[in-house]
Ligand binder design. Sequence first.
Ligand code: AMP
Length: 240
Amino acid sequence: MSRSSTVREIAAAAAVAAALLCAVGPAVASAARQHPLARRADGSSGGCVTATSWDYMYLEQQWPATSCKNCTENTYFTMHGLWPTNNDGSYPCNCESTPFDPSAVASIRTSLDTYWPSFQEDDQSFWTHEWSKHGTCSAPLYTSQLEFFKGALGARAKYDLYQALASASITPSNSATYQASDIEAAVNKALGTTPIISCGYHNEISEMGLCLDKQLQPMACPSSQPQQCTGEVGYPSSYN
Ligand code: AMP
C-alpha cells in the first residue's frame, strides 16, 4: 500500500469517526470534574484516605446548561455531591460497604429526580456512586442514606446559587460573559462564602463548590481548595 493511500485511509477513518461523534452527540459535553482534591497539582491522582474523619463539607453544585445537551433551561443548579473533606487536602472515601438502597430514599425520590439528576448514566448509578464514595463517610453528621441525601438536598436548597447570582443581576446568557471575580463576590454576599468555580469548554461555569463547616454553615475554603476558574466566564442559558 502506498503512503498516500494509507494517509487517505486514515483521513477517511477520522472523518467517519468525527461524523459518528456528531451523529450520536455526547449527552455531556464536558466531563463533570471529580472531587477537586482527587487530582493533585502535579497531576497525580490521590487525596482519598481510609480514615473516616473529616473537617468540612464541600457542596458541589452543577450548572446543567454547560454540560447537559438534553436538559431544558434551568432556574436552579443541580447536585453533584456533598463531600466530606479534610483541611490538608485529603478526603475520606468509601468508608463502609452498605450499598445504595433506592427504597431507603423513596420518600424523597421526586426531589432527587429533580435536583440530583445524572447527565451521564441513569440517575440511580449516579446516586450509588455518590453514596458509596462520599455518603458513607458523612458520619457523624449523617448516619443513614436518607439523612445523607435529604441533608445534601437541603443544603442545595439553602445555598441557592442561581438566586445568589440573580440577586446581583448575573443571569444565564448565551451571549454575555461575566468576570469570575463578580460571581465570587455575588455568591459571597448572598451566601457568606466564596465559591470555587469550575469551568468546562469555552470557560463556561460547569460547577460551583461551597465550603461548609460541620454544622453546614458557610466557611472560607482552606488553601488546599484553590480557585479553579478565573477571568471572563460564560454562564449559558442553554447548551451550546
Ligand atoms: P466524585 O467521584 O464524586 O468526585 O465525582 C466524579 C464522578 O461523578 C465522575 O465519574 C463524573 O463522571 C460523575 N458525575 C459528575 N456529575 C455527574 C452527573 N451530573 N451525572 C452523572 N455523573 C456525574
